[in-house]
Structures are given as C-alpha cells and as structure tokens.
Write a protein of this length. Structure first.
Length: 254
C-alpha cells in the first residue's frame, strides 16, 4: 500500500505546489512509483509536469463531482515513474457542488483506494483553503506535509490549519499524522529568516525537516517550462535541496 501525503497550507505563496511537484519528481527519480494528485483549481501541478489542461478529458473534478474512477484520470508524465491525476478549472465550483454529495468528505479517499496498491507514494497538492476539497485530501491522507515560507507572516494561520488537521483526525481519519514542516524560500543571510526558523521550531518541536528549500531563480523558472527542477536544472541548489528532502522522507518511511 502506498503512503499518501497531503501537501497543505491554506496560505498561498508558500511553495506548496513547487514542493508537491518536486518531491514527487524526486521520489520517481529514486525509483518510487509516484502519483501526484492535483486538486487545486489553479492546476499549477498539472502544468508544472508539462500537461496542457485544455486537452484533458478526465480530471480530479470528474473524480470529486461526477463519480469518475481514479484510474480513468491517471496520466503518465514524461518523467521517471511519475504519474498525475490532473486538475481542472472546474474545481473552482467543486466546493459548492460537493456539499450535495453523500459522504462528501470521503469522495477522494474512496477514489484513491484502488490506486494505493499501484504506487509507493501518492502526493496530494491541496488548494490554498480549508474547505471541503482540502478536507477530502486530509481524509484520504496518511500524513500532511506543511510548507512554510521563511517570511514575516509565516506563522499566520498555522494554528487554524492545525485545528483543521486535528478536526479531520478526530472526525474522519484517526491515522492522520504530521509528516513534517518544510521551510521554504530560505535565505540564511537574513536575520529575519533565522528568527522565523526559531519561531517555527518552537511551534513544531521535532517536526521541522532538517532540509530547507532556498530561494533560487531556476526553481521559479522551471514550472514555465513544464518541468520539475530536477529535470530543468539538476545541479541547481533548489534541486539538490528537494533531493535531500526526499532522502529524509524515505528514511522516515522505511
């Protein structure tokens, strides 16, 4: 059975999609059969692995709203051992439409269940909100990975996110755990960065990954070429950081 990790933070601009795409790509490159699930209406994970959303017939919207099977939406990417359940702009309306579906909080979990035997890891790129779609992801996941940017407002909203995680664990998914907190947009030259790191480690004792993700231009460029940073510029320090992060994840999940 695969390990299912939801990559979540309701605050936008924290490196959530960048992390989901690049962790998934590195897992595949290290020989792990990996499925990336894009449930963000913006669809940046989908375009980030080189897919044109306009050409897709079946997406995660169809899984959540129209009863499509997960296997019907899986698309193999050009990258080693990496497949994706792509997103659709229609997901923007899914929050409202899900409200009328029976067992609405378990739709994604039920759709992913038959796929868990096919992959070693399933990563879910969540939308920047704490609505029904994110609840579905947390209900389907074994753990949640939280990217946090090394900036002034880093801790803003994290208590709300953790309250949501605990509520889902209490009501629907007792196995849900915190995979870890990932520090992104790291710049060790700034005193503010060090202050933020200290505060986050106080907030999440023993749960912060040792690896930090630096700011790099190449890391920001890679999505516009439809490539994870590993394939766009393997030697880039951002690429190497995500490789080290995946080593941490694999060590933890032996």
């Amino acid at each position: 059975m695969s390990k299912v990790i939801a990559v979540a933070n309701q605050k936008g601009g924290v490196g959530k999609t960048t992390s989901a795409v690049n962790i998934a790509a590195w897992l595949g490159a290290k020989g792990k059969r990996t499925l990336l699930v894009d449930i963000d209406p913006q669809g940046n994970s989908t375009s980030g692995v080189g897919l044109d959303r306009r050409s897709l017939k079946t997406t995660t919207y169809d899984i959540l709203i129209n009863g499509a099977k997960g296997a019907d939406a899986v698309v193999k990417t050009a990258f080693e051992k990496l497949s994706i359940l792509p997103s659709s702009a229609d997901l923007a309306a899914a929050e409202i439409e899900l409200a009328d579906i029976p067992a609405r909080e378990a739709v994604l979990k039920n759709a992913l269940a038959p796929l868990r035997a096919e992959y070693d890891f399933i990563l879910i790129d969540c939308p920047p909100s704490l609505g029904l779609i994110t609840t579905n992801a947390l209900n389907a996941a074994d753990s949640v990975l939280i990217p946090v940017q090394c900036e002034y407002y880093a801790l803003e909203g994290l208590s709300q996110l953790m309250n949501s995680v605990q509520a889902v664990k209490r009501r629907y998914n007792e196995r849900l755990e915190l995979e870890g907190v990932l520090l992104t947009m790291y710049d060790g030259r700034l005193n503010l960065t060090q202050q933020v790191v200290t505060e986050i480690k106080k907030y999440f004792p023993r749960k912060v990954f040792s690896t930090v993700i630096p700011r790099t231009v190449r890391l920001s460029e890679a999505p516009s070429f439809g490539q994870p940073i590993l394939y766009y510029d393997r030697s880039n320090k951002g690429s190497q950081a995500y490789g080290a992060l995946v080593d941490e994840i694999l060590k933890k999940n032996r």
